[in-house]
Design a protein around this ligand. Structure first.
Ligand code: FES
Ligand SMILES: [Fe+2]
Length: 330
């Protein structure tokens, strides 16, 4: 896991107004709810009194009440009331659980995973998508989220995994791809062609007109988009559940059609085709071993895997820089 990052963890409409929600993210059980203003609160899902699951409790005046003995928690994870000691009794500050900073926009909920004194104001998002409408779905994958991400960076698999859908045409020869990383944003340009048995694939630096190619983007730690056209995009968030499980959120975005019923129909069709394509990926990706990828694993990557190589390299840099920072400030 890369620390000190905003991670998408949920879609907004999964967290209702009056009901706390229990989720597992980063191998931790978390309890989420909305306060009086509707803002998202997130604290550890284990009561500091005697260990009950807080998400089984109730929301009272925007705070969370433990279902066992009624301790009341605020959004900072502090206990503000211990009913058995009397409503007005003082609660020591040490009585608390861990809390997480949250951010909500674009119909998504993020949490900051890392040091609060390193917090960045808001997460990166592909802001242009605000002008699009979308449909979405989620799917559980039995893989570490790094494997799910790498699948969406994998330009070599198309004619094999998606033979019947987006990989039609037997375009097995992979030119490049050209990969550009600007800070935490990776853009990769793809040009797969049929193999006539005579042509060798172009190396990335031989491709000068790459800007005319089909392209996709990934932003650390866990979002991705595919520029299908100016007015159609596929978006994904790869949400880490634990070391071997990920929730993949996929959205089909479009701004071709804005007439109410027609728009819904188009978004529905987009969603169904995304599900078909993603299921083709899932069948293979969930068989990969090890379940988690890293820079130094026993794999023989090829030129076409350049986006994956770049992802692994920078992921490792981010992990290393966190630990370097941590050791320097010890
Ligand atoms: S276990 Fe939560 S109040 Fe007792
Ligand atoms: Fe795929």
């Amino acid at each position: 896991m890369i620390y000190n990052q905003w991670y998408v963890i949920l879609e907004s409409d999964e967290l209702k107004k009056q009901k706390p929600l229990k989720v597992t993210r980063f191998n931790e059980k978390l309890s989420l709810w909305r306060d009086k203003k509707g803002d998202v609160c997130c604290i550890a899902d284990k009561c500091c009194h005697r260990g009950a699951s807080l998400s089984c409790g109730k929301i009272i005046n925007g705070k969370l009440e433990c279902p066992f003995h009624g301790f009341i928690y605020d959004n900072s994870g502090n206990v503000t009331t211990i009913p058995a000691n009397g409503k007005n009794s003082h609660v020591p500050e040490t009585i608390n659980v861990r809390s997480y900073k949250t951010f909500e926009d674009y119909g998504l909920i993020w949490i900051w995973w890392g040091d609060l004194n390193k917090i960045e104001e808001e997460p990166f998002f592909f802001k242009e998508l605000k002008d699009f409408s979308y449909s979405s779905f989620k799917d559980n994958w039995n893989v570490h989220y790094s494997r799910a991400i790498e699948n969406q960076l994998d330009v070599v698999h198309l004619p094999f995994v998606h033979k019947t859908t987006i990989g039609r045409g037997n375009k097995t020869l992979v030119n490049g791809p050209v990969v550009i990383r600007e800070n935490e944003l990776i853009t990769f340009y793809v040009n797969n062609i049929e193999d006539d048995g005579k042509t060798r694939p172009l190396k990335p630096d031989e491709i000068k007109d790459y800007k005319n190619y089909f392209h996709l983007q990934f932003h650390y730690p866990n979002i991705w988009q595919n520029f299908i056209s100016d007015k159609i995009r596929a978006f994904a968030a790869f949400v880490p559940v634990d070391e071997e499980n990920t929730i993949v959120y996929i959205r089909y975005y479009q701004k071709l059609i804005n007439i109410p019923l027609l728009k819904q129909l188009m978004n529905y069709i987009g969603k169904i085709s995304s599900i078909v394509i993603l299921r083709q990926d899932k069948r293979v990706v969930t068989t990969q071993l090890p379940k988690k990828s890293s820079l130094k694993i026993d794999e023989h990557l090829i030129m076409g895997d350049k986006p994956i190589i770049e992802y692994r390299k920078h992921r490792q840099e981010l992990i290393d820089s966190y630990f370097q920072d941590f050791n320097e400030n010890k």
